[in-house]
Design a binder for this molecule. Structure first.
Ligand code: V0D
Length: 228
């Protein structure tokens, strides 16, 4: 039977600090390795023809971590964007950052604008990075803006004010590192998603792990195929 590729995959990239600690390394080594894994995963997803990949890199609650780790995590986005700005343009990957941007350092905001602009005409994979993001907050801000508009209050119109305007709902949500929670990631957009959990820590997540998740998604699709 022909394999069905999900249109939109979302990933909670959990287990980076734990990956390092298990090896007696500083937690930041795990974050760095996690960033490499993210780059590889993006390229593989693009190769497979996946159109939307949304990743959760940080939640607003994570600022309670040790100072050194927070400082490192603050620099990672900028480094990641500098690198992808050079590499993704020619790989036909389009980047979009979702979340609360107004409190971010101006230098980072400008970089985000630059990279989004630089890749906006790309037609391959859409990489959406949820940063300084909260699912409940996203819905509240959408509700505010919907009530300020003249539109009728209904689901279709509320969706127009989410960060994911014009992006289809999530087909498959993957969370690594053995936690079985959504943790305030895309709440609205995962209402009907298949959920896939794996014990693999994010830095160890590879092509085989990705294929396993896609195969499980296909099994479930086949089971309900006749009914949908
Ligand atoms: C560390 C695995 C990209 C998760 C991936 C500050 C742990 C690598 C970004 C990123 C992180 C964020 C915003 C942006 C562009 C890129 C990122 C964090 C952690 C949290 F505009 N990777 N990444 N942000 N890691």
């Amino acid at each position: 039977m022909k394999k069905k590729i999900p249109t939109h995959i979302a990933i909670i990239m959990d287990g980076n600090g734990r990956w390092a600690q298990k090896r007696g390394l500083p937690r930041n080594f795990g974050h760095r390795k996690g960033a490499e894994t993210l780059l590889k995963t993006v390229r593989y997803a693009n190769k497979l023809g996946i159109k939307y990949l949304t990743v959760y890199a940080f939640s607003t609650e994570n600022w309670k971590r040790p100072k050194e780790e927070v400082e490192y995590l603050m620099n990672l986005p900028f480094q990641f964007l500098e690198r992808t700005n050079k590499e993704f343009k020619n790989e036909n990957i389009k980047i979009k950052i979702i979340g609360t941007k107004n409190k971010l350092p101006e230098k980072l905001i400008n970089k985000i604008i630059e990279v989004e602009k630089n890749t906006e005409n790309n037609t391959g994979l859409n990489l959406i990075i949820a940063f300084n993001y909260g699912g409940k907050e996203e819905i509240v801000s959408a509700v505010k803006r919907l009530t300020q508009s003249n539109l009728e209050i209904n689901e279709e119109n509320l969706e127009k004010f989410l960060y994911t305007e014009n992006i289809p709902n999530v087909d498959l949500l993957i969370r690594t590192s053995g936690e079985y929670r959504i943790s305030n990631f895309l709440l609205w957009q995962t209402a009907y998603s298949e959920l896939y959990f794996t014990d693999v820590l994010w830095p160890d997540f590879n092509k085989k792990c990705f294929d396993d998740a896609l195969n499980e998604y296909n099994k479930r699709e086949r089971r309900f195929g006749g009914l949908k």
